[in-house]
Design a protein around this ligand. Structure first.
Ligand code: ZN
Length: 175
């Protein structure tokens, strides 16, 4: 079945529109700004990493899937903020060290496994080093998992970098 349900508009544009609901986005000096020509997002690893596994959201929330993108990276590689924001979580989930950045406007990036000396509340700008790739990644090869949520909906984090056309359709469900 072809699923056509989609959220129209740019990722950032949609997030700004949706920003009126829920908790008001905090003011972050380095928050990503739409319309600046670059989108304000960058790869969390340098140089540009190979994509080991792409975003593959489940058809239903409770089903398994892949809620992010896996980027090839050796443990110890520096991880950089893909956009400005505030560190909203640093800790271990199950057995993996996780770091979450709240970019404002409902957008949150999560990275794992990442070992970081940053604490909750730390303000980061695009490209700032936020930690190092740890061990315990869930992919077969060594990797960094990058998840991106727009409020409670997982979206493809690579859309922020790879495709900054004026209009992007964000699939809500898999093909
Ligand atoms: Zn992953």
């Amino acid at each position: 079945m072809k699923v056509t349900s989609a959220v129209a508009g740019t990722l950032l544009g949609a997030s700004l529109l949706l920003g009126i609901s829920g908790t008001p986005p905090r003011q972050v000096p380095a928050a990503p700004q739409p319309g600046n020509g670059t989108g304000g997002w960058s790869w969390p690893l340098a140089p540009v990493p190979p994509v080991v596994r792409t975003f593959d959201p489940p058809a239903q929330r409770w089903l398994s899937g892949h809620r992010g993108a896996d980027l090839g990276a050796e443990p110890g590689t520096a991880v950089r903020a893909p956009a400005g924001g505030i560190v909203s979580f640093v800790g271990v989930i199950v057995d993996r060290p996780v770091l979450v950045i709240d970019h404002g406007a409902g957008l949150r990036s999560s990275f794992e496994p990442v070992r970081s000396s940053l604490g909750v509340g730390a303000i980061v700008a695009t490209g700032d080093e936020i930690g190092m790739v740890g061990t315990g990644a869930h992919c077969d090869r060594l990797c960094l998992h990058w998840g991106l949520r727009l409020f409670e909906e997982y979206v493809d984090p690579l859309l922020t970098i790879r495709d900054m056309r004026p209009s992007i359709l964000l699939p809500k469900q898999g093909p």
